[in-house]
Design a protein around this ligand. Structure first.
Ligand code: CTP
Length: 404
């Protein structure tokens, strides 16, 4: 699928724990796998291993201080953050996990992590009691929910003399995780992904409209994640208050008819369409060009049916592009999702039960991936993590289609 790629960069963050010496082995292992490695250390890490060690191993300058003079006058933490295809922090102390969980950025490493768009892998290492503390586990959960990957610490004799969980995982395991993320980081290279998002607003007059509660968060998260994984992404969105995702073509529309036109104009070049928009099924049959005065309000608004954009694509598609629809249901989720799958000729439906608290306007959701022969239920996850899981499935579908 992907042509010969340029060398990918893995930024290895080293924090102040005895496991820092194992980071030397990690760096060598990752380099042997063909990656360029840049190391960033905390001040405490330099008490265990010197920057010179990593500089010698990698042949690259090692970043420690935010305030060091950079010969090329670049803002170093930003250039590191941008250069990274993957960031791996190994070993990662409880303190740095806590800082990351709270978005703190008070040194070179944490500032780089806050500034990066790359996936972050954390390999914790600490005393077993510190690892098991509720506060540490809560910080780990918070980071997981935001999409950080963890390479769990192993069990064994610790430097402090205790025996238990807390040992840094074996460097080869951490390198495996880094390599897997790096592959995923480019698995949509050369693929054009078209995403619809948000609600549509169907005007009654210049100030009133029929709309719905869709926030657009899921569609924006999918577009952002697809772009991060190398796809060319077009995002056609109804009215939402979200900023443009980085590196994405954003087309802002208002009505279903406008969304249809923008989608159809891009469909032929698309390999994947992900229709997360909550398109209004109906629009007012007439539009009053002047604001309707209260005294003149009609007793009823006559509605006209909007075209079903995704069904239209399904009909035109002939099995070419991968088509993914969304289904918000309040009961019989799988049954209704399968009806949509067949009716609109889709490859996959992301179904969610909107009868509870989750769904609209929330950061989290619980969804099912429903295809013709499987229904996979995911736990409650942050919408960004759902985006990643969904794109994993879609990347596999794209590969399968290309090898036909
Ligand atoms: N969709 C679309 N154009 C429409 C309506 C829906 O492209 N005019 C897409 C949505 O983006 C979503 C899927 O179709 O991917 C939702 O299907 P739909 O049948 O509209 O579901 P609901 O209206 O939620 O449910 P139902 O029809 O069962 O009431």
């Amino acid at each position: 699928m992907s042509p010969k790629r340029e060398q990918q960069t893995i930024v290895v963050g080293v924090t102040g724990g005895i496991g820092a010496y194992k980071a030397c082995e990690l760096v060598r292992d990752v380099m042997r796998r063909g990656f360029r490695v840049k190391v960033v250390m905390t001040e405490s890490a330099t008490r265990f291993v010197t920057p010179l060690t990593f500089r010698t191993l990698t042949g690259e300058p090692v970043a420690v201080s935010l305030w060091a003079d950079e010969p090329d006058a670049k803002v170093h933490h930003i250039s590191l953050a941008e250069a990274a295809d993957v960031v791996v922090i190994a070993p990662c102390t409880a303190n740095v996990i806590a800082k990351l969980a709270h978005g703190r950025a008070d040194d070179m490493l944490t500032t780089t992590v806050l500034a990066t768009e790359a996936p972050v892998i954390v390999a914790p290492a600490m005393n077993t009691h510190m690892w098991r503390k509720e506060v540490t586990q809560a910080n780990v959960s918070a980071l997981r929910a935001r999409g950080y990957a963890f390479v769990e610490p192993g069990h064994g004799a610790l430097a402090c003399g205790d025996v238990g969980e807390g040992r840094l995982a074996e460097p080869a395991l951490i390198a495996d995780a880094a390599q897997a993320e790096a592959c995923r980081a480019r698995d949509l290279a050369g693929v054009h992904v078209l995403v619809t998002a948000g609600p549509t607003h169907e005007p009654i007059d210049p100030v009133r409209f029929i709309g719905n509660r869709s926030s657009g968060k899921t569609g924006f998260a999918i577009a952002e994640e697809a772009a991060r994984r190398g796809a060319r992404v077009s995002l056609v969105t109804g009215p939402v208050s979200l900023p443009d995702p980085f590196g994405v073509e954003v087309v802002r529309v208002t009505t279903a008819l406008q969304m249809r036109a923008a989608v159809l104009a891009r469909f032929d070049s698309s390999d994947v369409v992900i229709a997360s928009a909550a398109v209004a099924d109906f629009r007012p049959a007439t539009f009053a060009s002047g604001k309707i005065k209260t005294a003149d309000a009609p007793d009823a608004v006559v509605l006209a049916r909007n075209p079903d954009i995704l069904a239209e694509l399904g009909e035109a598609n002939g099995g070419r592009a991968v088509l993914v629809g969304f289904a918000a249901e309040t009961s019989d989720v799988v049954t209704y999702a399968r009806e949509k799958l067949a009716g609109k000729r889709l490859d996959l439906v992301v179904a969610n039960d909107v009868s509870g608290e989750l769904g609209f306007e929330t950061d989290e959701n619980r969804v099912m991936f429903v295809s013709a022969d499987a229904a996979e239920e995911l736990p409650v996850l942050d919408k960004r993590v759902i985006a990643r899981e969904l794109l994993d499935r879609i990347a596999a579908l794209v590969d399968a289609r290309k090898s036909l």
